[in-house]
Design a protein around this ligand. Structure first.
Ligand code: DWN
Ligand code: SAH
Length: 406
């Protein structure tokens, strides 16, 4: 039986999605024969409540100089991170010459706000191509993996931080104890940590199983984050639910005893109990919901195909790799995937090898249906696709239920 990465207890997988490729491993035909696969399986540890992958590929296979995800591709996310940065600026506003550090800073979507405001900052981003964009835009960035050792080096060079922030990266790091220990070392006695990640409560409630892929080694809850940070003398002082990525949670964390614990933390913990996030049977039901969602989606796509209609995928997200491979969706069912990221164009989707084409192809020749892989950006996408819908175009979705919209 595998050992929990957080509390070292044994736990069992509750689902296997079968063989999976690297979620952001968009690939050329000459590379098909050597494509890497691993078994994507997930388990729940009933001692510390962490939901986690049994196996995860080596980090260098996922995060490197050709990383395919650029945070700034969504206008909505730019606004989201501007507001997040403003919240942090309010917190540290009174301090003299404050210092803010972010891990997983990508192309600088968040830290550019601190750079513009001339606030001392540092981004840690191992994927060299996205780190370079940030650096070239005046965001102070180093291209390394964050851990306790790096924390000590940063401490020697910059001193302790007033605020440490992270978004959609904590859940990517299997050696998370080292990261949290690094935070403890770097955080001033009255400093704050603010980070956010996809939220287990939303994932279970809405069957967002595509949040499970190689990069996401953990699915966090208030209970599991409380346990993890508690091991390092840190505690959650506030939680703030977010609508991003289909439902996320922002955690505000301080040294134990340094801050007042908000009523929201207590209420969210109670809500998690009501949802049964601490019970193994919840994950048995989650698995059944996932299987049902997969079967409905395959049925729907197959029946649309039989009617001779054209279906194009909308946005070659990381999440779509789980959907395509678990549901067996190939170019038979989805003609191609439209995406706005140049590095993905001319390549094929990981595992099931659907061509990825520029967004212009979609606009030039609308299909009958668009399969909305980026449902988390639905509002932004619907707003810009009025013409597609006016031309009779419909959306296929699978969140929270499989169906057709429009
Ligand atoms: O956790 C992670 C989150 C923050 O971002 C990473 N592990 C990887 C990534 O996940 P994702 O790829 O599922 O992210 P998104 O933001 O749901 O999808 C981004 C993709 O969607 C990009 O390839 C761009 C594309 N896109 C598009 O083609 N048209 C996005 C929008 C908003 C659009 O209008
Ligand atoms: N924060 C951005 C990017 C999220 S994608 C956003 O929310 O849009 C996850 C990012 O974390 C990638 O850019 C990846 O290179 C980075 N990452 C992965 N492991 C890391 C580590 N150990 N330390 C710092 N960053 C890491």
């Amino acid at each position: 039986m595998p050992q929990c990465r957080i509390c070292k207890s044994s736990y069992e997988p509750f689902i296997s999605f079968g063989q999976m490729p690297i979620a952001n491993g968009f690939i050329r035909p000459e590379e098909f024969s050597k494509e890497y696969f691993f078994e994507l399986a997930t388990g729940f540890c009933s001692k510390c409540n962490m939901v986690q992958l049994i196996d995860q590929p080596n980090r260098d296979m996922m995060f490197h100089e050709n990383y395919a995800f650029f945070s700034s591709t969504s206008a909505y996310m730019q606004q989201h991170f501007k507001e997040f940065a403003e919240l942090i600026m309010n917190e540290i506003g009174q301090k003299a010459n404050p210092f803010v550090m972010e891990i997983g800073s990508n192309d600088g979507i968040m830290l550019q706000n601190f750079a513009k405001a001339k606030i001392r900052h540092l981004g840690i981003e191992p994927s060299a191509n996205v780190a370079k964009i940030a650096f070239d835009n005046g965001v102070n960035t180093i291209s390394e993996f964050f851990d306790e050792n790096l924390a000590r080096k940063i401490m020697a060079e910059y001193g302790q931080a007033d605020a440490i922030t992270a978004a959609n990266v904590m859940c990517h790091i299997p050696t998370i104890h080292s990261v949290v220990e690094g935070f403890r070392i770097l955080l001033k006695p009255n400093g704050i940590i603010m980070f956010e990640d996809p939220y287990l409560g939303d994932i279970v409630e809405n069957t967002l199983y595509d949040q499970i892929y190689d990069e996401h080694v953990f699915l966090f809850s208030v209970a599991s984050i409380g346990y993890l940070f508690g091991e390092h003398g840190l505690e959650i002082v506030d939680v703030m639910p977010q609508i991003t990525h289909g439902g996320s949670m922002r955690y505000v964390i301080a040294h134990k005893g340094a801050g007042k614990i908000s009523q929201r933390v207590i209420e969210q913990r109670e809500k998690e109990k009501r949802l049964g996030l601490h019970l193994p049977e919840t994950y048995v039901q989650f698995r059944k919901n996932i299987e049902n969602s997969r079967d409905r989606l395959v049925e729907l796509l197959t029946s649309i195909k039989k009617q001779g209609k054209r279906v194009v995928g909308y946005a070659a997200t990381s999440k779509s790799t789980t959907i395509n491979n678990y549901c067996g969706i190939t170019a038979e069912l989805v003609e191609y995937i439209s995406d706005t990221t140049p590095i993905k164009h001319g390549k094929f989707s990981p595992g099931t090898h659907i061509p990825v084409k520029p967004y212009k192809d979609f606009c030039d020749n609308y299909p009958d249906y668009a399969l909305l892989y980026a449902y988390n950006h639905a509002r932004e996408i619907m707003a810009k696709e009025q013409k597609f819908m006016a031309a009779g175009g419909k959306w296929i979705t699978y969140v929270p239920k499989v169906g057709v919209l429009g």
